[in-house]
Design a protein around this ligand. Structure first.
Ligand SMILES: [Zn+2]
Length: 563
């Protein structure tokens, strides 16, 4: 099977078979059905999306022996002659090779003669923008007063270069580039008809590489069929054929970045470079994967064509983390030009992603508790220190935190938690806010890490029963929720409370008075920041310095001092 055979065999033979250009097909079919034909059409669009194919179908519709029809018979001599490219009244001209005015004159001299065999002479002038100024003038005269037996079809990839006088005498159609899905579906259809097996992801890659051009896609498919020696068309072979073997290391690289495993990440980049990958393509593919993962996390609960099982073993980070990585990758790609060499640029971009990836400590665990007011407004939280001690601690130094909490055994904590729970069950509705605050303390005692911890910190308690607990998850974190994380939380809560409980998590918007533990942490953080600044401003020594040097305090940052 040669390329020409495959391309010819699968070239659309009627408007109904045409892929992706429905708007053009519909307009032309309507015009043909009503016999309201314009004498000149201009088709604009990138290469390989069906301009010549449309011209041929149009010529068949006009000249089919069955009459002027919207759907040609494809059986008569005329239709067959046009399909095989040997019809006298379809004159195909490549303007790129005939730019001179003499060529155009010669062509147009013949316009006046009646068609040799059919009803209409159809002139297809491809890449019409390549004509010279004089050629356009010669063409314009014919377009102004065309003989009734002539139809012009002009095709171009660059309509900006065509004079307005020509444009205004044509019906203009913008052909669109085909989507990857349209192309891969068409390739799949062809392979099914040819009784060949394939991997869907291999076709997806071919479609991506064809960049919207069906002709390029068919040519690549042809190449793939012979490369795979008529066996199953699989992703690995197609990657190899396209020089994209490095893609096999892409998912491991994503994993290494997500896990902040620097050694693995660097080794994988090395491997990719060793097999001849270029840094920009790697970065490009990495960014595409981040986009796919973002889409997956949005459509997690919906069945979607975007779903791909190739990422099934990856733990998808939070949407904001994916955004951060994407932005770093995008900047890295832009800066490749300025890097000492592209390999260094790629390595530094990957390392930067790992360096800036928010780790569990920053995201998952609560921030320091400096503020004494916070404790005062939390009546049900475990009294860690006496207020007087707190005051002394904070007056001594703004940066010193509260003394370490008194040691208590897990059993005692569990008992306390149970007591709290019982207390809550009696007066749950009235003390919703308080219940949520001590919910924060319970979370502290759960041995959860990573995304599961973040997930639980984004929940408030909506029902606390003897054997069942209902949590309301902040709607923005919906994408993090899955069965396994819910089971982890249920087990941790059961262990903590010393009894089997059934956990239900539903999504809700958290507004107004009830804030999630994570929001509370952020509020505490802000409060601590404000308190720290106030303490600093009230310090006599600081005041002296400010007066002496006419200084101001711009930003206050503080750290928890662990004693
Ligand atoms: Zn026919």
């Amino acid at each position: 099977m040669s390329y020409s055979a495959l391309a010819r065999k699968w070239r659309p033979k009627s408007f109904a078979e045409l892929k992706g250009q429905d708007h053009v097909a519909k307009a032309l079919m309507n015009a043909l059905a009503r016999n309201q034909l314009h004498h000149a059409y201009l088709f604009t669009g990138t290469r390989g999306i069906g301009k010549t194919t449309i011209a041929r179908i149009f010529a068949k519709c006009l000249n089919c022996e069955q009459g002027v029809v919207a759907t040609p018979c494809n059986a008569c001599d005329t239709c067959r002659a046009i399909d095989s490219g040997r019809y006298l009244d379809l004159i195909e001209v490549d303007a790129a090779s005939k730019t001179k005015v003499e060529d155009t004159r010669e062509l147009l001299d013949n316009v006046q003669y009646a068609p040799a065999a059919g009803r209409y002479k159809v002139y297809l002038i491809d890449e019409v923008h390549m004509l010279s100024g004089h050629s356009f003038n010669a063409l314009l005269k014919t377009l102004e007063e065309p003989p009734s037996h002539v139809k012009f079809i002009l095709a171009t990839t660059d309509p900006e270069k065509i004079p307005v006088t020509i444009l205004s005498r044509c019906l203009n159609f913008q052909l669109r580039a085909l989507s990857e899905n349209e192309i891969s579906q068409q390739l799949a259809l062809i392979l099914q008809q040819e009784s060949k097996s394939y991997e869907a992801e291999a076709l997806q890659l071919l479609a991506c590489f064809a960049k919207g051009s069906m002709r390029d896609a068919l040519s690549l498919l042809e190449q793939a069929v012979s490369y795979c020696q008529d066996e199953n068309i699989n992703l690995q072979d197609v990657e190899f054929m396209l020089g994209m073997q490095y893609r096999q290391y892409l998912i491991p690289l994503l994993q290494a970045v997500f896990e902040q495993n620097i050694e693995n990440a660097v080794a994988l980049v090395q491997k990719m470079m060793d097999i001849g990958a270029d840094a920009e393509s790697v970065l490009q593919a990495f960014l595409e994967s981040l986009h796919e993962l973002s889409m997956q996390s949005i459509f997690l609960k919906k069945e979607s064509a975007l779903h791909s099982n190739k990422y099934q073993n990856l733990t998808i980070p939070l949407p904001e983390v994916l955004q951060l990585l994407y932005q770093i990758g995008l900047n890295g790609k832009r800066d490749l030009l300025f890097a000492p060499n592209t390999r260094i640029g790629l390595e530094m971009t990957i390392l930067r992603m790992i360096a800036f990836l928010p780790d569990e400590r920053k995201l998952g665990t609560p921030v320091t508790r400096v503020s004494t007011q916070q404790h005062a407004t939390t009546p049900m939280s475990k009294p860690v220190t006496k207020p007087s001690q707190d005051n002394r601690a904070s007056s001594k130094s703004f940066s010193s935190a509260v003394p370490p909490p008194a040691l208590s055994s897990p059993r005692v904590e569990a008992q306390q938690a149970r007591q709290q729970v019982e207390a809550k069950e009696v007066s749950a509705p009235a003390k919703a806010l308080t219940a949520n605050q001590s919910w924060n303390d319970i979370i502290e005692g759960l041995p959860l890490t990573g995304l599961t911890r973040i997930l639980v910190k984004n929940c408030t308690v909506s029902h606390w029963g003897e054997r069942s607990i209902h949590l309301a998850l902040d709607i923005s974190q919906e994408a993090c929720l899955n069965q396994s994380r819910q089971m982890q939380i249920q087990k941790a809560l059961s262990d903590y409370l010393g009894k089997d409980i059934v956990l239900k998590i539903s999504c809700a918007e958290h507004k107004g008075t009830v804030s999630t533990p994570l929001q509370q942490d952020q509020q505490k953080e802000e409060q601590a920041q404000t308190d720290a600044k106030a303490l600093l401003l009230n310090d006599e020594r600081v005041q002296t310095i400010m007066q002496t040097f006419d200084a101001t305090i711009e930003n206050v940052s503080y750290e928890k001092v662990v004693k």
